[in-house]
Design a protein around this ligand. Structure first.
Ligand SMILES: [Zn+2]
Length: 139
């Protein structure tokens, strides 16, 4: 695992884990990396943190490994929460969101998938979405 500090053009900084630097390049090429705060795809990596060659190397790796487990646990918690409280609508998400947004029937929690294009259109309609990293369960 490798951790990058990523920074978008609005100077939001966030951390992201990749299995290796090739994975980062691949995701970036496919425009699958985006700022977790504003959704911008104009993201650069600023610092590469683990595998620094110094005497604390081992210790640092272990800490990062622990961090990763912790982050993953948190993300799994979010996933569980969403699965329990939100209705899954899959790729009909965009249509459902519009239905809810324009029908004034109050809030309904749904989750699903969108394309970048759909997300942009929703944003133009004033609908802001929250994206969360969707981690795989270990089982
Ligand atoms: Zn940003």
């Amino acid at each position: 695992m490798i951790k990058y500090i990523l920074k978008c053009k609005k100077k939001h900084e966030f951390e992201s884990w990749f299995s290796n630097s090739n994975e980062y390049e691949k995701l970036k090429r496919k425009k699958l990396i985006e700022c977790i705060f504003c959704g911008s795809q104009n993201v650069q990596k600023s610092i590469m943190s683990p595998r620094v060659l110094n005497s604390n190397n081992n210790l640092e790796s272990i800490n990062n490994e622990k961090d990763f487990v912790k982050i993953k646990k948190d993300l799994l918690k979010i996933r569980k929460f969403v699965e329990k409280n939100f209705e899954y609508v899959g790729d009909k998400f965009t249509r459902k969101v519009r239905d809810i947004y324009f029908s004034n029937k109050g809030n309904k929690n749904i989750y699903g998938t969108t394309t970048q294009e759909e997300r942009k259109e929703l944003k133009e309609d004033g609908i802001e979405l929250t994206t969360i990293p969707w981690v795989e369960k270990d089982d």
